[in-house]
Structures are given as structure tokens and as C-alpha cells.
Design a protein around this ligand. Sequence first.
Ligand code: ZN
Length: 301
Amino acid sequence: MGLPIVHHPDYVAPLRPGHSFPMSKYGYLRAGLERRGLMSAGSWLAPAPARPAALHLAHAVDYVERALALALTREEIRRIGLPRTAQVVRRARLAASGTTLAARLALERGIACNGAGGSHHAGPDGGAGYCVFNDVAVAAAALLAEGTVRRVLVIDCDVHQGDGTAKIFADDPRVFTLSVHAEKNFPARKARSDLDVALPDGVMDRGYLSALSGALKAAFACWTPDLAFYNAGVDVHMEDRLGRLALSDAGIRARDRMALAACRDRGIPVVGVLGGGYAADPAVVAERHATLFEEATALAG
Ligand SMILES: [Zn+2]
């Protein structure tokens, strides 16, 4: 059967040359997964753009309406760090519905991945840090609203804190948010997750895996979710331009395996999403992201 993978060609939106966000990584990732035989023509599922009503479950109506109308203020656009274009908004809608689709596939099959997503800095009232809409929050809110799941766990291992997700679900007892991140990294003002593990600069594989193992045990000790989301940001890598940690390729692989297996060993369906990654070469970032899909495939039925 293999791993269910959600992808859309329009996950790549045009940016001006030299833009700091490695937009082409989504295309390189697809090529890398095809090369590995994990994804072939017709084997992946494409989402339709998320409807406004779905986005309203995680974001203020006013923000969603203005984002869709390309009417965000200059300050809001500056905070997001992506241009105010129809393609950027379409991409954010596709990523949100892509993670929702991957979540439905995970509920059927045990595990699934979206070849985008992890836009965890988008909060209730606006976007930030390359995130327009919070795909994981939109997906979790949709499945909770329709009663498909009752309890959700978010395991966020991107090097930056999942502040948007934490804020969206701050008062929602149905969602447990876990964020393992570099303490001194963006955002400067942290939100409060249900469990935050703030790591000092320069943490390497062993220290990281030990912290993650403890965090997963603590989360599962007090929370039995019907569904888990895993943000597998690769900006924890030692050569990442924006990370402050020092994981190796093998460390990222062990991390992905640990997080995914912690769910699967307990019979909990899990959805993998990309999160961030900022090497100078987007193709290198894509290769790091491919690790998630390899490890997820090993756990797929
Ligand atoms: Zn990040």
C-alpha cells in the first residue's frame, strides 16, 4: 500500500529571485520522492484549495477575508515575509486543505504525509514567519468540529516555537500542543504551549533525542489523542542558516523515527508535515525533508 502522500504542483508559488524563502524545495522534494520510488505519477493525492469556512475555524474571519482579497496591510505582509500575490494565497489554502486531507488518510491508514505545511507561526489574528494560514490548526479544527476526532496532539519539532498553533488552541481542552524548539530563536516572544521544551543553542543529536524522548513520554502520560500531527521542520540541522541547533542528518532521521513511532506504537494515527528548512540550496533542504517520508514509509502498512 505504501505511504499516502498529499502534494500539489502549486505548493510552489513564484517569488522574486533571491527571496529568502526556499520556495522551490517543494518541487525538489517531489522529484526526490519520485527518485526514491516513494511517489509516482498518479500515486499522490492533490487537495483543492481550503474554503473560507474551513480557514475560519482557526483564524479570525476578518483576517481570512482580507488575506483572500489580497488586502492585508503592509505591516501584516512584512510580518509574513511573503509577497501579497494570488499564488501565495492559493498555496496557503492548498497547504491547509492538504494537511486536512493527509489527516483523513492517516485516520484510515494509520500514517500519511503532506508534502508541504507546518505553517505554525500563523495565529488566530494573522500570519508571521512565512506562514499565512496554519494548516495543522485548520486540519485539527475541522476534524474536531465535525466530530471525527475528539482529542488531538500536535508534536512540533521545527526549530522555531509553534507559537501560532499554541495561541489558536490556548483555550481549547481538546488539543495538546507540544513544541520542542531553540529557546533563543524566533519568535522572540514565545507563546505558551501545553508543553514547551526550550533547548539552548548548539544542542546536538544525543541531547536533542533525549529531550524529545522525555517530552513525548510526558505528553503521552497525560494525553491520549485520536490523532497526532508531527511538524518535522529540518531547520534543526547543524548547517541550517536560521536554526541554532546542531543535528546531523542521522540525528534528524532518528528524531523523525522517534516521533512517528511514539504515535504508531500506541496505535495513534499520525500526520507528517514539512515545517521549515533554510539551507542556501533548496535542493539540499528538500533532501533533508525526504527523511520524513522515508521514515513514515517504513511505518506505513
Ligand atoms: Zn522553523
